[in-house]
Design a protein around this ligand. Structure first.
Ligand code: MG
Length: 162
């Protein structure tokens, strides 16, 4: 039996600002700031989208959803990730697993980890145990450490369906 595995990487970073909701992996997290951006600023969904598209050699999120297009203003980023899932499927792949690291000084992501994992799994149509999620602070260093930005790093593994 031969397998055709492909790995992809995704990264995103947005500013943490007043008067925005903090949304990570489609889940709203109570906090006094949120992520800026043309869409809802969901760095986790954006990095996941790029990791999946990258794994399949299908470009990146900006190719399909240019930020210059007013249509995507304040968009629910689930639209982007669901589109990546559809492209993966249409091109003959299945998602094996995804794993993510969020860099965020505050608030703590841990209490929301399983809700976020479940929501990512739902959008991707995979089991929750195929979604890894960790959160790290930056120990006061750089924009993440200063609380002025958040980052997401994601790897995704896909496999060609036989
Ligand atoms: Mg983004």
């Amino acid at each position: 039996m031969s397998t055709d595995l492909r790995v992809g990487i995704g990264y995103d970073s947005h500013r943490l600002v007043e008067d925005r909701k903090l949304i990570l992996g489609g889940v709203q997290i109570p906090f006094d700031k949120g992520l800026s951006g043309h869409s809802d600023g969901d760095i986790l969904f954006h990095a996941l989208t790029d990791a999946l598209l990258g794994a399949a050699g299908l470009g990146d999120i900006g190719h399909y959803f240019p930020p210059s297009d007013p249509k995507w203003k304040d968009a629910d980023s689930e639209v982007f990730l669901a589109h990546a899932r559809k492209l993966i499927d249409d091109n003959g792949y299945r998602i094996v697993n995804v794993d993510a690291v969020i860099g965020l000084e505050r608030p703590k992501v841990g209490p929301h980890r399983d809700v976020i994992r479940k929501n990512v799994a739902r959008v991707l149509g995979i089991e929750t145990d195929r979604v890894g999620l960790k959160a790290k602070t930056a120990e006061g260093m750089g924009p993440v450490g200063e609380g002025s930005a958040a980052e997401a790093r994601v790897v995704a593994l896909i496999e060609r369906r036989s």
